[in-house]
Design a protein around this ligand. Structure first.
Ligand code: ADP
Length: 228
């Protein structure tokens, strides 16, 4: 479903070239729940950006749902992103000027879902994530756990096949983090593929498999984990 072949990503700043990803070979099958672990700067976010079509590799290949996306136009990539990929982040990234329901609805406006259907789906998703009673609130009026649940509602409302999560519990206390982990488990049980960056070995253990990264390369988990 997602396949990286000798994927490399370099960043050039002035005279310094950083190899963020170095010859990554990784295949993620439909329905998998994969945790990505490794020390700060090892390339985890870069890996998620490439998997999420936010950034293009500059070496190797990326196959998304059986198609090599090399050279695809930004329009085509953003269509794929909107329709097939959901993102959640450590910092929730909700829009403070919009209410909770408007935040979720906006994702569907971008995907050109008709207004009536949008409203139904917003209500369903907020209900499913247990934040329907906060629909008219602004994000900052919610607890961190509730904000992340709204962000998950927004990520799932277009029914993506894959959810990419960048340290989704990083800003949450243990109890709210656990709650988010239970939701992710349920989403995966319902068939959505998940790739989650985490620093928590306990959270990684909830995934069906863990990929370790070290200096931009796939590493033995023990090596990557002890450096976390
Ligand atoms: P992680 O998520 O594991 O902390 P990142 O993927 O953010 O790691 O970064 C991997 C490496 O690439 C780091 O050395 C980082 O400084 C570098 N890097 C990431 N993004 C950029 C960028 N936009 N410009 C320059 N260097 C970058």
């Amino acid at each position: 479903m997602l396949k990286l072949i000798s994927t490399t990503k370099k960043f050039t700043g002035g005279e310094v070239v950083t190899t963020a990803l170095n010859n990554i070979d990784l295949e993620i099958k439909a329905g998998e729940y994969v945790a990505v672990m490794g020390p700060s700067g090892c390339g985890k976010s870069t890996l998620l950006s490439i998997l999420g079509l936010l950034d293009a590799p500059d070496g190797g290949e990326y196959w998304f749902h059986g198609q090599n996306v090399a050279g695809w136009s930004e329009v085509r990539l953003s269509e794929l992103r909107r329709g097939r990929i959901g993102f959640i982040f450590q910092s929730f990234n909700l829009i403070e000027e919009l209410s909770v329901d408007e935040n979720v609805e906006l994702a569907m406006e971008y995907a050109s879902v008709p207004a009536r259907e949008r409203r139904e789906r917003v209500a369903q998703m907020l209900d499913k994530l247990g934040v329907a009673h906060r629909a008219k609130h602004r994000p900052s009026q919610l607890s961190g756990g509730q904000q992340q649940r709204v962000a998950i509602a927004r990520a799932l409302v277009n029914r993506p096949s894959v959810l990419l999560a960048d340290e989704p519990t990083g800003n949450l206390d243990t109890a709210h983090g656990e709650e988010v982990m239970r939701i992710l488990q349920q989403i995966n049980d319902e068939g959505t593929t998940i790739v989650m960056v985490t620093h928590s070995p306990a959270h990684a253990a909830r995934a069906s498999r863990t990929v370790g990264l070290l200096d931009g390369a796939i590493a033995e988990l023990a090596t990557a984990a002890t450096n976390t």
